[in-house]
Design a protein. Structure first.
Length: 140
């Protein structure tokens, strides 16, 4: 199963505080372990929400909002995409993670939908553009 492992933002990450050399090395070593174990598919840190935008949808209307965004505890500071056998394996790997922030922090694990989860709505026609998009991405 694929999961998104979400590093929740903190006041420090939203202020753009850069990690120490020790934390950079510890996280690099952890990422290397994940890669060697075949767990990590991708992952990156995100700049503060002050560098971001949000787009609100309401029917055909689109409203663009500039960051920063309120409620730091609801923001994301970084992520990984992992391939694990089950949620328990994901939890075990997260428990091994160095604290990704200088102070208290949280990491959230969310399963990723697979196309098989949409079996009731899936038709050949509805799946075709998804398959084409995946093929384009994989060919790069």
């Amino acid at each position: 199963m694929r999961v998104m492992v979400i590093v929740k933002a903190t006041v420090d990450s939203e202020q753009g505080a850069m990690p120490s050399a020790e934390l950079m090395e510890a996280m690099g070593n952890y990422n290397e372990e994940l890669a060697k174990a075949g767990i990590m598919l991708s992952g990156d840190g995100l700049k503060p929400s002050s560098n971001g935008k949000r787009i609100a949808f309401d029917g055909p209307s689109r409203i663009v909002m500039d960051g920063p965004f309120a409620e730091t505890k609801e923001l994301i500071a970084g992520y990984w995409i992992w391939e694990v056998k089950d949620m328990e394996e994901a939890v075990a790997w997260v428990k091994r993670c160095p604290n990704p922030m200088p102070g208290p922090s949280e990491i959230e694990i969310r399963p990723v939908y697979e196309m098989t989860d949409f079996a009731e709505a899936a038709t050949e026609e509805s799946l075709a553009p998804h398959e084409r998009a995946r093929a384009i991405i994989e060919s790069r």
